[in-house]
Design a protein around this ligand. Structure first.
Ligand code: LLP
Length: 421
C-alpha cells in the first residue's frame, strides 16, 4: 500500500498535489511519501517482532539523509557498503553500533574509519578481508565484531544482475569452507567472530530461496557450535520483493514465519537488511513531457528525465508503471508509447509500451515505484544535473536535495596548470 492516489483526476502524494510540487520545484524530481515509508517500516517491524529481529535498513536503496532519518526515527539501524554510506547513516542519526558494514571489497581506510566510529558489525566476505581487518583492528587496539557472510549456493530466481547467492557469484564465503574460516576468525587477534550473514539477492518474489538459504545457515550454526565456536548472531540480509506491476511478493508476516521456522531453537539475535521493501513504493519520479514523437513505426514520448536519473529500466529491463499526473476524461484514447529521455543512447528508456493518452509539452508523468535504487543510482551522464528530491509529510513538502547549479557541476573539474595559458 502507498500514499500516492488520485483525487478528482489529480495525482496526490499524501495531501499534496504532485502538480503543485512540480510548479514549485521544477521537473524532473523524485517525490517520497513519509506515510508510506512509515507504513512499510511498521508492517515489517510488526511481522519481525515475533522473531525479535532487528531491522538494519540497506542505505544503498535510497541514501538521502532525510529518508534515512525518517526510518531511523522509527527504530531502524543501517546496513552500509562504503564509508560514504556509513557517514550518511551516522549523519542521519543512526548510532554506529546499530550499523552493519557489508560489502565484498572494503578498503583498509574504510575499515579503519568504521573501527574509529565503533561500527557494530563487519560482514566479512573472504579470508584475506578477515586478515586485513585483524591487522587494522590490532593497529588501532580495538576489536572488530565480525559475522562471516556465507555463500549458500542458492538460486534466488531473480534478475541475473541482482542475484548474489550462487557459487559462481563474487559474494560471500563458500558455505562449505566456512567452518574452517570461522574457526580461524575466532583465533585471529582483535577479531570477535560472533555470527553468520547471508544475502542471496534482491527483488525475490518467492520464499523458497530464503527458506533454503536460512536452513543452510541454521545447519552451519549448529555445526559451528558443536565445534565449540560462538554463534550469537544471524544476519539474514535483505531481498524481499515488492509489487512493481503484477508481482505478488510474499507478505512480511510470511517472511517472518520462514525466519521463525528456520531458526527455531537456535536462540540467536537476528538482523535483516531490507532496502527496496521499505522505500521502493514510497517514491515516484515526476517528469515533464518535452514532446510526443510519432515515427513510421512507433510513438515516443520524450520526457525531461532520462537513464542517468533512473537507470533501472535500462539496466534490468525493469517495468515500472507510468501514469499521467492529471488524468483526462475517461474516454480519452490511449496509445502505446515508449517513454524515453533525451540522453544519446537507444537504451535510454524509462517505460516500454506504456498506454498513454495524447500528451502535450509540459504535461507531467509519474513513474511509479521509483523510491528504491532510483536517485541512489543516478549520475551526471550527458552533463545532466542530478535531479531534486522532495519528501512529503501530510500536507507539507520539503526539498531534501536541491538540484545543483551548472556552476556547481562545472566546478567539480580542475584545469591542469599547462592548460591555463
Ligand atoms: N544486503 C546486502 C548485502 C545487499 O547486497 C543488498 C542489496 C541488500 C541488503 C538490500 O536488498 P533489497 O532488500 O533492497 O533487495 N540496483 C538493483 C538492486 C541491487 C541490490 C544490491 N544489494 C535494483 O535496482 O534492482
Amino acid at each position: 500500500m502507498n500514499h500516492f492516489e488520485y483525487r478528482n483526476g489529480q495525482l496526490f502524494a499524501e495531501d499534496v498535489a504532485v502538480s503543485d510540487i512540480a510548479a514549485a520545484v521544477g521537473t524532473p524530481f523524485y517525490c517520497y511519501s513519509t506515510a508510506t515509508l512509515t507504513r512499510h517500516y511498521q508492517v515489517l517491524a510488526n511481522a519481525l517482532a515475533t522473531v525479535g529481529a532487528r531491522i538494519c535498513y540497506a542505505v544503498k536503496a535510497n541514501s538521502n539523509l532525510a529518508v534515512i532519518r525518517t526510518l531511523a526515527q522509527l527504530g531502524a539501524g543501517a546496513d552500509v557498503v562504503s564509508e560514504g554510506e556509513l557517514r550518511r547513516a551516522i549523519a542521519a542519526g543512526i548510532a554506529p553500533e546499530n550499523v552493519v558494514f557489508s560489502g565484498v571489497g572494503k578498503t583498509r581506510g574504510e575499515m579503519d574509519y568504521a573501527l574509529s566510529v565503533g561500527v557494530g558489525q563487519f560482514n566479512v566476505e573472504s579470508e584475506s578481508e578477515l586478515e586485513t581487518l585483524s591487522q587494522v583492528a590490532s593497529a588501532r587496539g580495538v576489536d572488530a565484531v565480525v559475522a562471516l557472510r556465507v555463500n549458500p549456493d542458492v538460486d534466488a530466481n531473480t534478475h541475473d544482475k541482482i542475484s548474489t547467492g550462487r557459487k559462481d557469484h563474487k559474494f560471500g564465503i563458500d558455505i562449505d569452507i566456512a567452518p574452517v574460516l570461522y574457526a580461524r576468525a575466532s583465533r585471529l587477534p582483535h577479531i570477535r567472530a560472533l555470527g553468520i550473514a547471508v544475502h542471496i539477492g534482491s527483488q525475490l518474489t518467492s520464499l523458497d530461496p530464503f527458506r533454503a538459504a536460512f536452513n543452510r545457515v541454521a545447519v552451519l550454526t549448529r555445526e559451528l557450535r558443536a565445534a565449540g565456536l560462538t554463534v550469537e548472531r544471524l544476519d539474514l540480509g535483505g531481498g524481499l520483493g515488492i509489487t512493481y506491476r503484477d508481482e505478488v511478493p510474499p507478505h512480511p508476516d510470511d517472511y517472518a514465519a520462514v525466519i521463525a521456522e528456520t531458526t527455531a531453537g537456535l536462540n540467536v539475535d537476528i538482523t535483516v537488511e531490507p532496502g527496496r521493501l521499505l522505500v521502493g513504493n514510497a517514491g515516484i519520479l515526476v517528469t515533464a513531457v518535452i514532446l510526443d514523437k510519432i515515427t513510421a513505426t512507433k510513438r515516443f514520448v520524450i520526457v525531461d528525465a532520462a537513464m542517468n536519473d533512473f537507470i533501472r529500466p535500462t539496466l534490468y529491463n525493469a517495468d515500472h508503471r507510468v501514469t499521467p499526473v492529471r488524468t483526462g476524461p475517461a474516454a480519452t484514447v490511449l496509445n502505446k508509447a515508449d517513454v524515453v529521455g533525451p540522453v544519446c543512447e537507444t537504451g535510454d528508456v524509462l517505460a516500454r509500451n506504456a498506454a498513454l493518452p495524447d500528451l502535450s509539452p509540459n504535461d507531467l508523468l509519474a513513474i511509479e515505484s521509483a523510491g528504491a535504487y532510483g536517485a541512489a543510482m543516478s549520475s551526471n551522464y550527458n552533463s545532466r544535473l542530478l535531479i531534486a528530491e522532495v519528501l512529503v509529510k501530510d500536507d507539507k513538502f520539503c526539498v531534501i536535495r536541491p538540484r545543483p547549479s551548472y556552476d556547481a557541476l562545472l566546478s567539480l573539474d580542475q584545469m591542469p596548470e599547462w592548460l591555463t595559458h
